[in-house]
Ligand binder design. Structure first.
Ligand SMILES: [Zn+2]
Length: 137
């Protein structure tokens, strides 16, 4: 008997994100742990949850939407989304253009300028920039 050929290519699995607060590796979950429902779709939760209250949503393919966030950061990111969305939903800019504008205003690379990647300081900065823009379109 010949040994079976071992496939070299492993199925691509999304890399587990790390928890920036406690350093644990996040585990993928169907949402039940945090929301008691799977309606929100998959998410990444810190392995130490609920002792460490950090998680982030995921795309249907399991790719995380951003970095893991604790309650304070989640609240801030929601505020940034609320201030940022009218800029491209009601304004003259497309979503991509609005992200480009925000990235430039924050001195960030367009590729890294995603609200889901922002830390607390960046959220506060983005919030200020977007609120200013909404007040003076
Ligand atoms: Zn953690």
């Amino acid at each position: 008997m010949y040994p079976k050929r071992i496939a070299k290519k492993r199925p691509t699995k999304p890399q587990s994100p790390m928890c920036p607060y406690c350093g644990a590796v996040a585990i993928v979950d169907d949402g039940n742990k945090v929301y008691q429902t799977t309606a929100h779709g998959p998410m990444w939760i810190c392995a130490n949850y609920p002792d460490c209250d950090a998680y982030v949503g995921a795309h249907p393919d399991g790719k995380p939407l951003g970095t893991l966030a604790n309650a304070e950061l989640r609240r801030l990111r929601q505020q940034v989304h609320k201030a940022f969305n009218p800029i491209w939903k009601d304004g003259a800019l497309s979503r991509g253009e609005a992200y480009g504008w925000l990235a430039a205003a924050m001195g960030l690379n367009r590729q890294t300028a995603h609200i889901g990647q922002f830390d607390v300081e960046q959220c506060k900065q983005a919030l200020e920039i977007c609120q200013e823009k909404n007040a003076n379109p």
